[in-house]
Design a binder for this molecule. Structure first.
Ligand SMILES: C[S@@+](CC[C@H](N)C(=O)[O-])C[C@H]1O[C@@H](n2cnc3c(N)ncnc32)[C@H](O)[C@@H]1O
Length: 229
């Protein structure tokens, strides 16, 4: 870890139950978003948790105004503490997706490390207990469906979304040789349908990594935006 990132992580207040692996993903988001050569006016992190991702992007100068939202009051309390303790400016919203975010703000960048699993198997001997945890569990893609239904009208005309997905070309996710998640079909097929229905398009898919995460599953970042035809 770089010293700068280490120092940054020490500033981010969190409790274990809020950790959704954003600390691990933050620099991947930065690497990909930096290549856009843009400083975003209004960047929103949806499902921010303690907000390693949004806060790091802001720290690295990739946005002017940072907006953070989560449905979990504890996440918003934690992130508010980080903001206060470190004198950082950002706007927070306790919100189920976009419901409590004023309609008049449009975002030119939205990032999210969303709940990634469609049907976590509670029979999994180590991680089955997470089947109802709102960090990983997105039963029947409820979060994803609603996110894509609402997101287009929250984006500026040239706005972009970067969303991380786990093992999205597969209909199963295996951890420790046991099935952890069962999907009806490869997750990307469902996401493509949702994105198409929202009037948006996939602009890029970046393979982040397989080898460095604990579970050795592929992680991708999908870039989504408006189409200009
Ligand atoms: C995978 S965790 C990511 C947390 C954090 N961003 C990170 O990277 O560590 C997903 C986050 O989405 C939040 N979440 C779940 N459903 C949500 C909803 N309907 N609206 C907003 N946030 C939601 C959870 O509370 C959780 O913080």
């Amino acid at each position: 870890m770089s010293k700068e990132f280490d120092k940054f992580c020490n500033q981010v207040f969190y409790t274990e139950n809020l950790d959704g692996a954003g600390r691990w993903l933050a620099r991947f988001f930065e690497q990909v978003i930096r290549k856009e050569n843009t400083i975003y006016d209004n960047l929103l992190e949806v499902g921010c948790g303690p907000s390693w991702i949004g806060l790091w992007l802001q720290k690295k100068g990739l946005c002017h105004n940072l907006h953070l939202t989560d449905i979990n009051p504890q996440a918003i309390e934690a992130v508010s503490k980080t903001l206060k303790n470190n004198n950082i400016k950002a706007t927070t919203y306790l919100s189920d997706l976009f419901n409590n975010i004023p309609e008049d703000i449009k975002f030119d960048c939205i990032v999210s490390n969303p709940p990634n699993y469609f049907d976590i198997q509670d029979s999994h001997s180590v991680y089955g207990y997470l089947s109802n945890d709102i960090r990983p569990s997105d039963r029947d893609w409820k979060f994803h469906k609603e996110f894509y239904k609402q997101v287009a009208r929250r984006l500026t005309e040239d706005g972009v979304i970067f969303i991380s997905e786990i093992n999205m070309y597969s209909d199963t996710v295996v951890f420790l040789n046991e099935i952890y998640d069962k999907r009806k079909r490869p997750a990307i097929d469902d996401f493509e349908d949702m994105i198409k229905s929202s009037g948006l398009i996939i602009k890029d898919v970046v393979y982040l990594t397989k080898s460095t995460n604990e579970f050795k599953v592929p992680v991708h970042l999908i870039k989504v935006g408006k189409c200009y035809e």
